[in-house]
Design a protein around this ligand. Structure first.
Ligand code: ADP
Ligand code: ADP
Length: 222
């Protein structure tokens, strides 16, 4: 079967993590969540975690060289038969590094899935986001857990991320527009960009992405 090498793009809060969980189940793809991996390093206080800490708390990007090394290693370890990358690349430098690595291994990206949502929508979503330490996602109004503060799936406590607070949210959005948005043109020029309306209900967004991927996969086989 042809491999799916996918990346998810979009502003913080657009629903990338929410969709990634479903898509990785649908297509049996290893999910490589950049923010989740970095948060794990922070929790375990590794050297990378300590270096990343102050950037993340302020909502700034962790320097390219650290993130690139972490992700390329993860792809080499787990992504041999395809992967779903969430939150990487976020800069042109990261996109170039990923492209070069793929070329070197004779592989190519299948698509860059862009989930779009305007600033006012994502601010609302990030402010109400809660998650457990396994990365299961909720929203206090749009997707509340059955029991307040407890994950439906694993019973762990739900917490708010330290960067889901107003100041860090503003900083992350400004950085998104400045450094990550240029990747739309980057992948569009390479014929890889697929756009999805992230303001729709999460089930609808999921259906649209799944349909697009099913078509892409069929085209690959022809
Ligand atoms: P969100 O889900 O809100 O889009 P993430 O969980 O993906 O946010 O990322 C959280 C934080 O981790 C970012 O604000 C940034 O500090 C760091 N980070 C994540 N991905 C990258 C990346 N590709 N490059 C640099 N820093 C990153
Ligand atoms: P990202 O990974 O892009 O930062 P998340 O998947 O973490 O975004 O979603 C951000 C917040 O918005 C979470 O609280 C999530 O429950 C909620 N959310 C995700 N998708 C939708 C949607 N389509 N409609 C309403 N809320 C959503």
């Amino acid at each position: 079967m042809s491999e799916l090498n996918l990346i998810l793009l979009g502003p913080p809060g657009a629903g990338k993590g929410t969709q990634a969980g479903r898509l990785s189940d649908d297509f049996g793809l290893p999910y490589i969540g950049t923010g989740d991996l970095l948060r794990e390093h922070r929790r375990e206080e590794t050297e990378l975690g300590r270096e990343a800490d102050s950037y993340m708390a302020k909502g700034q990007l962790v320097p390219d060289e650290l993130v690139i090394a972490m992700i390329l290693e993860k792809i080499a370890d787990e992504g041999d038969d395809g992967f779903l990358l969430d939150g990487f690349p976020r800069t042109i430098g990261q996109a170039d590094a990923l492209g070069e690595e793929m070329d070197k291994r004779g592989r190519r990206l299948t698509a860059a899935l862009l989930i779009e949502a305007p600033d006012e929508v994502v601010v609302e979503r990030l402010s109400g986001r809660r998650q457990c330490s396994n990365g299961h996602l909720y929203h206090v109004s749009y997707d509340p857990p059955k029991h307040e503060g407890v994950c439906d799936q694993c019973g762990r406590p739900l917490t708010q991320r330290d960067d889901d607070r107003p100041e860090a949210i503003r900083e992350r959005l400004a950085i998104y527009h400045d450094q990550t948005e240029p990747l739309k043109d980057y992948y569009d020029e390479r014929g890889l960009l697929r756009r999805f309306d992230g303001t729709r209900d999460k089930v609808e967004v999921h259906d649209h992405i799944r349909a697009t991927l099913a078509t892409l996969r069929l085209e690959e086989r022809l």
